[in-house]
Design a protein around this ligand. Structure first.
Ligand code: GDP
Ligand code: ZN
Length: 320
């Protein structure tokens, strides 16, 4: 019998693959007994990125997951916006790479801002990947500059990529591997790659490591014993030693349990100045002496971001 600690690298229904990260040695596992999250409507108690204890009898059988280590953070997806049922996409995420293209499909900034706020609430740092720039650099140079001004101004890192010209791919590749373990016992860096369908996530993963083929799936389905499942999450291991969780569209993210006063905390550029507002709490809408509105006037907070904020306040009201 073997006992050990490993990371979940694939989850399909009740079947899991574990790997002793930073080693890449995926092996099948099942949950032993009932591991339940308190008061939860979470459909998968154990998720990709979870660190678990396991035991394995000698022979070919799957290992048994016996305990989950506490999570640093996790990203969930709701079945529908108002549903209480949720699925954990990934746990212990070091960095979320949010992939957006300005065109094809056209990006709506409030959509991106909502995702950024959501990641903030999950406690997951974000890097924005502006993809497919070869397609619109010529006719949208101004919009690209504007995008950098807005999001770098707000405090986010923005990487431009094109899988056609190859620009930005090396930057992204080394960014993803930045925390790649040099020593076996150092913590691995786990990245989440997320974005709407069609923005080029699969193409990016292939460009980063041609041996990976996200559309096909890198780990043999045979391990998962033909069980029909609706949700499937997995981690990729690149040749540079990066660990990437590819997540399908993030439409279902939704805002998690945010109060009105909460939302502004997840706009880094507002958080920076909100201490100077005359009233606490301040909604940064009508209050006199509001530092956020002052920053808006002097141009250090962008009107686009502020409008997204107002939209979220309004919507939050509707759901309450
Ligand atoms: P996913 O749905 O996010 O995984 O997106 P895909 O990687 O499948 O890409 C969607 C479409 O965009 C495909 O037709 C790709 O060939 C195309 N595409 C992806 N990246 C780029 C890029 O950098 N430049 C151009 N011109 N097309 C791209
Ligand atoms: Zn204020």
């Amino acid at each position: 019998m073997t006992q050990g600690t490993a990371t979940v690298v694939k989850n399909a229904g009740s079947h899991y693959l574990l790997s002793e990260i930073p080693l890449w040695n995926p092996f099948p596992a099942l949950l032993r007994g009932k591991i339940r999250l308190k008061g939860s409507k979470i459909t998968n108690p154990v998720a990709v990125g979870d660190v678990v204890d396991f035991i394995r009898e000698d022979g070919d059988g799957p290992a048994a997951i016996t305990a989950i280590h506490p999570r640093r953070n996790y990203v969930i997806r709701r079945s529908t916006n108002l549903s209480r049922q949720a699925h954990i996409i990934a746990a212990n995420v070091d960095m979320a790479y949010i992939v957006v293209s300005l065109f094809f499909p056209e990006l709506k900034l409030p959509f991106l801002d909502r995702i950024l706020v959501t990641c903030g609430m999950y406690g997951v740092p974000v890097t924005i990947v502006l993809s497919k720039v070869d397609l619109y650099r010529d006719f949208a140079a101004q919009q690209i500059n504007n995008f950098h001004r807005i999001y770098e101004g707000a405090g986010y890192r923005v990487i431009e990529t094109s899988t056609r010209t190859g620009e930005g791919i090396d930057v992204l590749r080394s960014d993803l591997a930045a925390g790649a373990p040099a020593l076996p016992d150092s913590a691995p860096r786990i990245s989440l790659l997320s974005g709407e369908s069609g923005v080029g996530k699969s193409s990016l993963i292939k460009a980063i490591d041609p041996a990976l083929d996200p559309k096909v799936g890198m780990i043999s389905e045979a391990h998962l014993q033909g069980k029909h499942t609706t949700s499937l999450y997995e981690m990729y291991h690149t040749r540079d030693g990066a660990f990437i969780v590819d997540s399908p569209g993030i439409r279902g993210f939704g805002l998690v349990d945010a109060g009105k006063e909460e939302i502004a905390k997840y706009f880094p550029e507002m958080l920076r100045v909100a201490d100077s507002c005359r009233f606490v709490p301040c909604t940064h809408t009508h209050e006199p002496g509001c530092a956020v509105k002052a920053a808006l006037e002097d141009g250090s907070i962008s009107p686009e971001r502020y409008n997204s904020y107002l939209g979220m306040l309004e919507e939050d009201g509707k759901f309450r």
